[in-house]
Design a protein. Structure first.
Length: 114
């Protein structure tokens, strides 16, 4: 499975950005799609996850600001990011857990200017 992430860019603090992840294959209701991020000099951290047929889960630092969702028609998973802060600056990675195997996208850079 290949994951194609897109949507990163430069945005001012307080602004919004939407990331999109497109898996090469169809994702099933038991799969988990997630976003992680890695800021310069820091370890990769969890951002949000979506169990395709179930609930969503968010890191405390993004709750209320970020929304992960799935588009069944386009077979994509998006991360809507609102009220962006300087500390949200990072490379964002799409992750898929399919049949207990982890797959990673190439990462997309989000830069928030203060």
């Amino acid at each position: 499975v290949q994951l194609q992430a897109s949507g990163g860019g430069l945005v001012q603090a307080g602004g919004s950005l939407t990331l999109s992840c497109a898996p090469s294959g169809k994702i099933s209701t038991t799969d988990v799609m997630a976003w992680y991020r890695q800021a310069p000099g820091k370890q990769r951290e969890f951002v949000a996850a979506l169990i395709v047929a179930g609930p969503t889960n968010y890191a405390d630092s993004v709750k209320g600001r970020f929304t992960i969702s799935r588009d069944n028609v386009k077979n994509t998973v998006s991360l809507q990011m609102n009220s962006l802060k300087f500390e949200d600056t990072a490379v964002y990675y799409c992750n898929a857990n399919i049949a207990n195997e982890d797959y990673w996208g190439q990462g997309t850079l989000v830069t928030v200017s203060s």
